[in-house]
Design a protein around this ligand. Structure first.
Ligand code: ZN
Length: 157
């Protein structure tokens, strides 16, 4: 995509945010969240309506209400515009557990192949739970080795 195409795309997106259909959805989100920042519960500052997760090919007004939330401007900047804190935390945790670049690539490939069964918020919480649950920590490698054995025997394509 060249700069001109990028500019056109950005213009189109900012036009979409002026669309009355989006304005209506936005107001509904504010009402549902009682005009309160859902992170720090501030009721004074200007509020934003970002996506909790992206849905490819959807227009802003086609997002379900549960995919939208109401942070104040300060929380929006911290959580949506400057998210490297979470990225650093993830990388730090991987390094502390001695995962190196090829391991990171394996994890990234796995995430890339995941089916979208629930919202990323639910999936992330479920994985957090799974990763900290001892039975699952033991069960998963056992299941993996079993799968590899079956593959070696030619039972799995
Ligand atoms: Zn806030």
């Amino acid at each position: 995509m060249n700069q001109q195409q990028k500019n056109n795309k950005q213009t189109k997106y900012s036009d979409k945010l002026k669309d009355p259909r989006w304005q209506k959805v936005r107001l509904k989100v504010f009402e549902c969240d009682e005009w309160t920042c859902q992170i720090c519960f501030d009721q004074e500052s200007q509020l934003k309506v970002p996506y909790k997760y992206y849905l490819q090919g959807k227009d802003p007004w086609d997002y379900p209400l549960e995919a939208l939330t109401t942070p104040c401007e300060k929380c929006h900047t911290e959580k949506w515009e400057n998210p490297p804190e979470a990225e650093h935390a993830l990388m730090r945790a991987l390094k502390e557990k001695r995962f190196f670049a090829p391991d990171g690539q394996s994890l990234a490939d796995g995430v890339g192949k995941m089916e979208r069964l629930h919202s990323p918020e639910v999936v992330a919480s479920a994985y957090e739970w799974a990763l900290e649950t001892p039975e699952i920590q033991h069960w998963l490698p056992d299941r993996y080795f079993e799968g590899m054995k079956q593959k070696a025997r030619g039972n799995v394509p």
